[in-house]
Ligand binder design. Structure first.
Ligand SMILES: Nc1ncnc2c1ncn2[C@@H]1O[C@H](COP(=O)(O)OP(=O)(O)OP(=O)(O)O)[C@@H](O)[C@H]1O
Ligand SMILES: [Mg+2]
Length: 285
């Protein structure tokens, strides 16, 4: 396990009337290269957890070990570490600021010290990853549609080629088509570069479809971690956390009440379920 939260606590605004313990006794490990989804209802501590991983907050107690970096309450100089971690915050388009799309996407690689040719290459590549036409390079990001602005912001993080890519509710506010497109971009990017992805979401369908590992949070604690099938078969844990199973799981559970040979509940993609039903139809079962 290359990324390990060791008994981490995080308290906001210590010593003030606003003091609030957001995380307690967090013990969780991720493997390098895994696609991890962090799920939990609002206020459960998801964003706090990923801000610690991003090196933006320091633990109040405990240790976060990421490769050979140990992050604790007195850690200093996380600059080099932070260069390896790309963060897409909620509504990242609010952070666009450069005068052109190319400059905005190239900002991160420039800060990493890439030369002009490399910046150019990474900007073109990242635009292609997120499906932005090269014609948009010299346009102001503020003239684009909301969906395109989101893509520019995400391209800016992908262009840094992070070892850890953190996404906090990346599909929030997008329409259904925009959500599907973004999920497919993230899936392909992860498969191509093999970076560790930590994706925070309220959406069980997203988590089930993309994640190799799910971290289930409730009230500042990690209450379960495992493969999607392990998380979604434990209904009491989900209910305690105020969450539900993915839609595809609901449909399979309802179909299975009528079928003599049940369909596997390890299927999370609608297209895979449809293929399974067509296959059964052909077999006449
Ligand atoms: N700056 C802050 N100061 C004090 N308390 C905070 C601060 N930020 C978050 N909290 C509190 O810490 C707890 C965890 O917040 P966090 O933002 O990590 O939850 P979350 O799971 O990301 O929620 P959401 O799904 O709404 O984004 C919440 O009770 C929240 O109110
Ligand atoms: Mg949050």
């Amino acid at each position: 396990m290359e990324i390990s939260f060791q008994d981490i606590t995080y308290t906001y605004s210590i010593g003030t009337p606003f003091e609030h313990r957001a995380l307690q006794a967090i013990q969780v490990q991720f493997n390098q290269g895994d696609y991890v989804a962090v799920i939990g209802k609002t206020g459960s501590g998801k964003s706090t957890l990923v801000q610690l991983l991003a090196g933006l907050l320091l633990p109040t107690s405990g240790v976060l070990q990421v490769w050979d970096t140990r992050i604790h309450s007195r850690s200093k100089k996380l600059g080099e570490y932070r260069k390896k971690v790309g963060v897409v915050f909620q509504y990242p388009e609010h952070q666009l600021f450069e005068e052109t799309v190319a400059k905005d996407i190239g900002f991160g690689p420039k800060n990493l010290g890439c030369d002009v040719a490399e910046i150019e290459h990474r900007v073109s590549e990242a635009m292609s990853w997120v499906g932005l036409s090269p014609d948009l390079r010299d346009r102001s990001p503020f003239e684009l549609s909301g969906g395109q602005m989101r893509r520019v912001a995400i391209a800016g993080v992908l262009a840094m080629r992070p070892d850890i890519l953190i996404l906090d509710e990346p599909t929030a506010g997008l329409d259904f088509r925009g959500q599907r497109d973004l999920l497919s971009i993230l899936k392909r990017f992860h498969q191509h570069f093999g970076c560790t992805v930590v994706h925070v979401t309220h959406n069980m369908n997203e988590a089930a479809e993309l994640a190799e590992q799910i971290v289930l949070m409730s009230d500042g604690k990690v209450i379960a971690t495992g493969r999607p099938v392990d998380i979604f078969r434990n209904l009491p844990n989900l209910q305690v956390s105020g969450l539900d199973v993915p839609d595809v799981t609901k449909w399979i559970m309802s179909l299975n009440q009528k079928l003599s040979t049940p369909i596997s509940t390890e299927i999370y993609e609608l297209s895979t379920l449809v293929d399974e039903l067509i296959h059964r139809g052909r077999r006449g079962s």
